[in-house]
Design a binder for this molecule. Structure first.
Ligand SMILES: [Zn+2]
Length: 392
């Protein structure tokens, strides 16, 4: 059994506010990677951390229980809505996602208060295409105060690298600084949240634990957050058409559009945003936004200053869209365009060659056709042993 107990909120010696609970592996073949799970923020924001419910710890506890084929015991209260959703629905999706997981019983003492006190409408900010798309729609374009973003969050919970890796802290700090700059320009507060949840990560979990950790971070701030947008990288169509191909390695692409709506409490609503668009739609929308031209960051190569290399897969697929739109020069300050230009022809040929296998290549070719942008001819493009070959 996995047992979670001892919920507490306190100010640490380094003057941060911490929400913490103990976790024990009981009669499990394996040790818990840490004795506690915690979330930490600036002590000025300490009141945001919810200390009357174990909700933020329940998600990771449940995932571990399902992985170790055991039950989860929580020595305290949780949201009834979240408990029911996890018990009846979410576990089925997780079991479909990974054959390593099996259903687990959740034992709780009782249920937490249901009256919402939060007024923040938030989203995370990574400065990627998905994140900026949500910010553009729900801050720049949204007029309704119940749905307009009024706070930004930066969760250091895994996507910046592994906890024990020293590089993680410096990369997280560079990315956080960039997010702070965006928040300042938009006049929005930004709340950085730290957690040790990625200490529980194991290679076999793939990225699943990171996704759940983001949701857990949101649920740790239920005293303050009324609504929270998570930016999805997959469209409804992609999840419907290709979801199964992401089984066991990418939870977001497998099911985010229908999994996330189950991660709700009476006090905090999580909304999955971005599934209504293709990736090309999002880049088109951002191409003229000065904030995107200054801060967009898509690169998958981790460098110390976290700049866009111009030649990795993510840079290439972003820049080809901007090139077709005639907007490349507007992004010259934040991408290495010389590196891109060296790869550009090969990248276009690869798109043409893989159009039947890759939804994003299809979107790019459709856009090129619409804009009368010249692409290599299909009959001349092949992929041999992962190398793109162009004849003619
Ligand atoms: Zn790159």
């Amino acid at each position: 059994m996995i047992e979670i107990s001892g919920l507490r909120r306190y100010v640490t010696d380094s003057n941060t506010a911490r929400l913490e609970a103990d976790i024990k592996f009981v009669d499990i073949d394996g040790e818990a990677p840490a004795e506690t799970m915690w979330f930490e923020i600036d002590s000025n924001y300490g009141g945001m951390l919810v200390d009357d419910t174990y909700d933020p710890f329940m998600l990771i506890g449940l995932y571990l229980a399902m992985y170790y084929h055991t039950d989860l015991k929580i020595c305290g209260n949780v949201s009834k809505k979240l408990y029911k959703n996890l018990t009846w629905y979410a576990q089925k999706i997780l079991c479909d996602f990974s054959s390593d997981l099996s259903p687990a019983k959740i034992f709780v003492d009782g249920f937490a208060p249901t009256v919402a006190t939060g007024t923040l409408i938030g989203t995370g900010i990574s400065c990627g295409v998905d994140s900026l798309s949500t910010l553009y729609d729900k801050f720049v374009c949204e007029d309704d105060d119940d749905y307009k973003i009024n706070a930004l969050f930066f969760f250091n919970c895994g996507s910046n690298g592994l906890m024990e890796d020293g590089f993680t802290a410096s990369l997280a700090s560079v990315r956080c600084e960039r997010s702070i700059s965006v928040a300042k320009e938009l006049g929005l507060p930004l709340v950085p949240v730290d957690t040790n949840l990625h200490q529980f990560w194991r290679e076999e979990y793939g990225e699943t634990l990171f996704f759940l950790s983001i949701y857990a971070c949101v649920l740790s701030l239920q005293n303050a957050i009324r609504r929270y947008y998570t930016s999805s990288g997959s469209s409804y169509f992609q999840i419907k058409a290709n979801g199964v191909s992401y089984e066991n390695h990418d939870l977001s692409s497998f099911c985010e559009s229908f999994f996330l709506p189950l991660i709700q409490t009476e006090r905090t609503e999580l909304i999955v945003d971005g599934c209504q668009y293709t990736r090309v739609d999002k880049i088109k929308k951002l191409a003229d936004w000065d904030i995107a031209q200054k801060y967009l960051n898509v690169c998958r190569m981790y460098s110390e200053d976290a700049h866009n290399c111009g030649e990795c897969g993510k840079c290439l697929r972003t820049l080809i869209v901007l090139e077709i739109l005639g907007k490349l020069d507007d992004f010259a300050d934040i991408f290495d365009l010389d590196a891109y230009k060296k790869q550009s022809l090969n990248n276009k040929a690869k798109c043409v060659a893989e159009v039947d296998k890759d939804v994003f290549c299809k979107e790019i070719l459709d856009l090129a056709a619409k804009k009368n942008f010249p692409m290599p001819q299909r009959r001349d493009c092949y992929v041999l042993n992962k190398q793109v070959v162009i004849f003619g």
